[in-house]
Design a protein around this ligand. Structure first.
Ligand code: IPE
Ligand code: IPE
Ligand code: MG
Length: 231
């Protein structure tokens, strides 16, 4: 713990390293994804405990559709099951659940489950949990620009107008981005929204990232001096 801890409003995590975690144990990749769910639960609980208002998680990228079919199907099934299992936790803790991304690529069943959970939890305000699913930063900017042009024919686009059409409209930009597993890249995640985000990289693989590791990231954030171009 550092003195006068600065708590970020929005923490986002690129949850990476499930496959390597499984391989280290001689298991299938899905074994790692499954264990990663426990880390999600731990981080959600810790975010609530720390008074973080927005926790967002990169769960599946647009590019991840190119993985072997069995892994994609396994991940989608895991998502469906996770939403069903965790909904009571959202009610208990006042967590608003949201999913952002290209929903048109998801199965009807998964979309229905997502819609149901989002509706059930839409009035909660303690923590907003955002899952990025079938999402990419470039997709978001392009869909926002297209919608803007369709709804405002002949008008010129500016940053403020574009932001209203991004999938993340209404959600503050992330203060802190964490990526696990030693990879130090954005992998086409929130490209626009991370313009002034603080980055924290750790070698810890996602299934091993629990409360202690989360606190290390928060400690690092607390020591950062954010200048936003000023002096
Ligand atoms: C992150 O773990 C989860 C997803 C991208 C869905 P990976 O599956 O990328 O795990 P590694 O990077 O292969 O270890
Ligand atoms: C990024 O991880 C996407 C998610 C964590 C959902 P990847 O494992 O897909 O990224 P790359 O391929 O290593 O850049
Ligand atoms: Mg990976």
């Amino acid at each position: 713990m550092v003195s006068e801890e600065k708590i970020p409003v929005h923490v986002t995590i690129i949850m990476d390293g499930n496959g390597r975690w499984a391989r280290q144990r001689g298991e299938e990749r899905l074994f790692g994804h499954n264990e990663g769910r426990e880390s999600v639960r731990a981080c959600v609980e810790y975010a609530v405990e720390k008074g973080i208002r927005y926790l967002s998680l990169f769960a599946f990228s647009e590019e991840n559709w190119n993985r072997p079919r069995a892994e994609v199907e396994g991940l989608m099934h895991l998502m469906l099951k996770a939403i069903m299992d965790e909904t009571p936790l959202f009610h208990k803790n006042g967590i608003r659940f949201r999913v952002l991304g290209d929903m048109s690529r998801l199965s009807k069943e998964l979309r229905a489950q997502i819609d149901d959970c989002m509706t059930q939890t839409e009035t909660y305000e303690r923590l907003t949990l955002v899952i990025f699913l079938s999402y990419s930063g470039k997709w978001d900017i392009v869909q926002a620009a297209n919608r803007f042009m369709k709804e405002n024919p002949g008008k010129e686009l500016d940053a403020g107008a574009l932001e209203k059409y991004l999938a993340t409209a209404g959600i503050p930009d992330p203060d802190l981005l964490i990526r696990t597993s030693g990879e130090e890249r954005l992998s086409n995640y929130m490209l626009w929204q991370t313009a002034y985000t603080e980055f924290y990289f750790t070698d810890v693989l996602w299934p091993d990232f629990r409360k202690t590791e989360f606190q290390y990231a928060l400690d690092a954030f607390s020591k950062r001096e954010r200048r936003f171009g000023k002096i």
